[in-house]
Structures are given as structure tokens and as C-alpha cells.
Design a protein around this ligand. Structure first.
Ligand code: TYD
Ligand code: MG
Length: 448
């Protein structure tokens, strides 16, 4: 076929340009445009004069065939994040930093699913079969009837997957695959996009659930990101802070379930173990609560999770005070500080402030405002909060403490873990002794 259309694809953001340029007009990356040949210019349809088209065949909303049941893998934390198991024929992208444990998680998922009777394949482009076997043996999964292959050529993978009927296939990773139809190298946006498109097509056509692994680049994007994200039905992120054994699986997009669900795992010598009660894990156990610590009663997805906010407010040695946050939004911290200053008469202007969410969890709920404020005030005043107290509530710019959703489940979870009282919005519930506050200044007075 003639080379009748060349386009330039940015290898960093995936944007398509008709002309080459030194800098990508879409994302600003330098030297990232690579030529890609299409058989026809985009948007040009071949004329169909003379031949009849089929037109559209419209259908009703209600289906006559019952939905096929989901594949329940038996790794419960994973199943829950997927929305109650994997939907047959769906495509899932699992992203995460190199070394976070994606291969470990998925080996566990396919081994468990296979042990429950699903027909599973694990195709690795990164490790040799012997390496994967070794890992499976260490994790005690060697007996699971998983079909294993080490392959990077897309054509061979597609052929292999067409020969057998699989329920669940893992491709580890999408960045290692290459298709001989395209000249670009493995890992380039062109290859990633085309290999993913072929695999997703096969998944839909043959009803195979396909999990694609994607490595995340330094700036937090899955290389060839948007192009793969919009092709798949679900995007999951596997996260973990360096130095902590905890790993969190988060849904970023899910056509078949909620996206605010998290799964919690702990990495050990024999792979990942599921953490059924994350609260116990994220709390600093034993010892008296120090000044600057506040236990937040949060909700992650469908579950209540208790986690400690730790703040340190110290006189600044430099002209510009430092503000450092781990596990929470720095914009939110600035807001809470501003409200504490202007509505409660506390001055933080010349102090360094460090805020940390213990255990490596990332909190994004507005309900954490009051817990962060309590930790900051407790540190500033050097007054520890009561050992058996949890805190939650949203803080508004006017200094009000607003009520938040699912207050009763937060209190119940805290009661289950031995907490006796709560600093919370007025009327939060009665599962614990609640000190109701309607203004942030009231809360500050309670602590000081
Ligand atoms: P891996 O699944 O290979 O990460 P990814 O596929 O995301 O790159 O996991 C790599 C890390 O996990 C590695 O640093 C070793 C650690 N690990 C354990 O601590 N215990 C185990 O049982 C396994 C299999 C790995
Ligand atoms: Mg890996």
C-alpha cells in the first residue's frame, strides 16, 4: 500500500499532529514527535458509490440474554475494587510505579482465579518463565493451573489467545509488546496504543477478561497514558509509599463499579496479603497519643478507615517558612491554616509546618479538615488530644464545621477499635460520646 498519510505522534502525551515540530503543541515536550504512517489520512472514508451500506440496526435497552456472571478471583480486595469481580470481556489497565508489586498482585489474582476453576493465562514480556515460576513457588502458588508464557510479539500472543478459550488473561506489561505492523520501538506511544487496541478488540470479541499492566512514568502518568486509558473499561492504580509495606489498589475509572473503592494489601515475604481491617494497620498502636496527633475517622470507598494525622508546628529558622504535606492535599492545608489564622486567632505565619498521614495512605475526603486542624492546633499548643478520641468534619472558609456523610459508620468503626469519644460536627450520632462542634473556634477551645 502506498505511503499516503504520515502523521506525527507525541511519544509523551499521544497527541497527533499533521506536521513535525520540535516541541509538541499539546503537552510542550521537546523532541517527542515521531512519524507514524497510516494507510489513509485520518477522517477520509473510502467512497461507497454503487455499493449499498448496511445502515444502523437499532436495538432496545433491555437485553434478552442474561449477563454472564463476573469472574470472582478470590482475592477479595481486588474483586471489590473491580466492582465485585472481573466482568468477562472487559479490559482493565493496572498502573503503578516499577517495583510496587503489580506482577506479584496479578500472579496472585490469576492463581487464585485458576484455583477456583477459571481458565487463566499469564503472559510476561518482562520476566522469563523460570523467574515467574520461582516467584510462584515462594508465594505458595506453584500448584495453580495457570498457563504461563514469556512473549513480547503481539502477533504470537494474539494467535496463542485465539487457539484456546481463556476467561482471564494478564499481559505484563503493555510497554514490552511490539507489533510488526508498526515500525516504532516497544514502549513508544504508537506501539502501546496499537497493541492495547488489538488486545482490547480480542477481549471484546472472544469474551476474555484482559488485564494490562502499565508502568507509570515519573510524573505519575501511565506511558502512552490517555490512549490506553480511554480504550479500557477500568483503570486501576497500585500505590505504595517507599518504606511502608502497605499497598493500596485504587479505581481511577470503572465502567462496572464505583471508583472510590480501595483495596489494601501488605507486602511480605510470601507475596501480598489482604488487609481486611485497615484501621488497625494505619493507627499507631500502643503508647500515649503525642501532641500533634489526631485520629481521623474516614471513609474510603465503602469502608470506614481510621488513620492518624500527625502535625509538627515549629518556629522557622529561615525567612520563608516550610510547608510539607505527605498523604494530604497541600491546597487543603493552606486553606485550613488560613481559617485557623483568621477565624481562631492562631498565628502560623513564621512557623514551619509538617503534616503527615501515617501509614502511607492518601486522604482526599473533605471530612479530614477537622482532623488536620486538630493535629495542627494540638502541635501548636503542645496539648495532646485524648487517647480515645477520633476527629472528623469539614471546615468551611467561614470557620464553620460542617456535617459529613456516613457519620454513624465512622463512629461505629471507632467504637469497634476501642475509641470512646469523638470531636465531630454537632449531631453526628450517638455510637460514641460526641463533642459536637459547629465552629472551628469551638474545636480549638476544646483542645487548648
Ligand atoms: P513486582 O511485583 O515485581 O513489582 P512490579 O511488577 O510492580 O514492578 O514486585 C517487586 C517488589 O516486591 C520487589 O521489590 C520485591 C517485592 N516482593 C516481596 O517483598 N515479597 C514477595 O513475595 C514478592 C514476590 C516480591
Ligand atoms: Mg513487574
Amino acid at each position: 500500500m502506498a505511503r499516503d498519510g504520515a502523521v506525527y505522534v507525541c511519544q509523551s502525551c499521544g497527541a497527533v499532529q499533521s506536521k513535525w515540530a520540535g516541541q509538541c503543541p499539546a503537552c510542550g515536550a521537546w523532541n517527542s514527535l515521531a512519524e507514524e504512517v497510516t494507510s489513509r489520512p485520518p477522517g477520509a472514508l473510502a467512497p461507497t458509490r454503487g455499493s449499498k451500506t448496511r445502515g444502523l440496526a437499532f436495538e432496545g435497552l433491555e437485553s434478552e440474554t442474561p449477563e454472564p456472571p463476573r469472574i470472582v478471583t478470590g482475592v477479595e480486595e481486588f474483586d471489590r475494587v473491580c466492582g465485585g469481580g472481573v466482568v468477562p470481556g472487559s479490559a482493565i489497565l493496572l498502573g503503578g510505579d516499577p517495583g510496587v508489586g503489580k506482577s506479584t498482585l496479578l500472579l496472585q489474582v490469576v492463581a487464585n482465579a485458576a484455583a477456583r476453576g477459571a481458565s487463566c493465562a499469564y503472559i510476561s514480556g518482562e520476566e522469563a518463565v523460570e523467574q515467574i515460576r520461582g516467584r510462584a513457588a515462594r508465594m505458595g502458588l506453584a500448584q495453580a493451573p495457570v498457563k504461563l508464557a514469556a512473549e513480547t510479539a503481539l502477533r504470537d500472543i494474539l494467535d496463542g489467545l485465539k487457539k484456546e478459550k481463556f476467561d482471564l488473561v494478564v499481559i505484563d506489561s503493555i510497554q514490552t509488546l511490539w507489533s510488526d505492523v508498526h515500525e516504532a520501538g516497544p514502549g513508544s506511544v504508537t506501539q502501546v496504543r496499537n497493541c492495547a487496541a488489538e488486545l482490547v478488540r480480542l477481549a471484546k470479541k472472544r469474551g476474555v477478561a484482559m488485564i494490562l499492566v502499565g508502568h507509570v512514568t515519573k510524573d505519575g502518568q501511565i506511558a502512552g497514558p490517555r490512549v490506553v486509558e480511554h480504550m479500557v473499561d477500568a483503570v486501576l492504580a497500585f500505590e505504595g509509599e517507599r518504606g511502608y509495606p502497605f499497598r493500596i489498589l485504587r479505581g481511577a475509572k470503572n465502567r462496572f463499579g464505583a471508583t472510590d473503592e480501595i483495596g489494601v494489601f501488605e507486602m511480605g515475604d510470601a507475596g501480598l496479603s489482604e488487609v481486611r481491617n485497615p484501621s488497625a494497620l494505619f493507627l499507631n498502636d500502643g503508647g500515649a497519643r503525642a501532641a500533634g496527633a489526631a485520629v481521623f475517622a474516614g471513609i474510603e470507598g465503602s469502608r470506614p478507615v481510621l488513620v492518624e494525622f500527625q502535625a509538627l508546628v515549629a518556629p522557622s529558622a529561615y525567612g520563608t517558612p516550610r510547608r510539607a504535606v505527605v498523604g494530604w492535599d497541600s491546597g487543603r492545608l493552606a486553606m485550613v491554616l488560613a481559617v485557623l489564622e483568621s477565624r481562631c486567632g492562631l498565628a502560623f505565619g513564621n512557623r514551619d509546618i509538617y503534616l503527615n498521614v501515617a501509614g502511607g495512605l492518601r486522604i482526599s475526603e473533605p471530612a479530614a479538615d477537622l482532623a488536620a486542624a486538630a493535629a495542627l492546633v494540638s502541635s501548636a499548643l503542645e496539648e495532646a488530644l485524648p487517647q480515645d478520641c477520633v476527629v472528623f468534619g469539614e471546615v468551611s472558609l467561614s470557620g464553620e464545621v460542617r456535617s459529613v456523610g456516613r457519620a454513624e459508620s465512622r463512629l461505629k468503626e471507632a467504637a469497634k477499635l476501642g475509641f470512646k469519644q469523638a470531636l465531630a460536627p454537632t449531631g453526628a450520632g450517638d455510637a460514641l460520646k460526641v463533642t459536637g462542634v459547629s465552629r472551628l473556634a469551638d474545636a480549638v477551645r476544646r483542645i487548648g
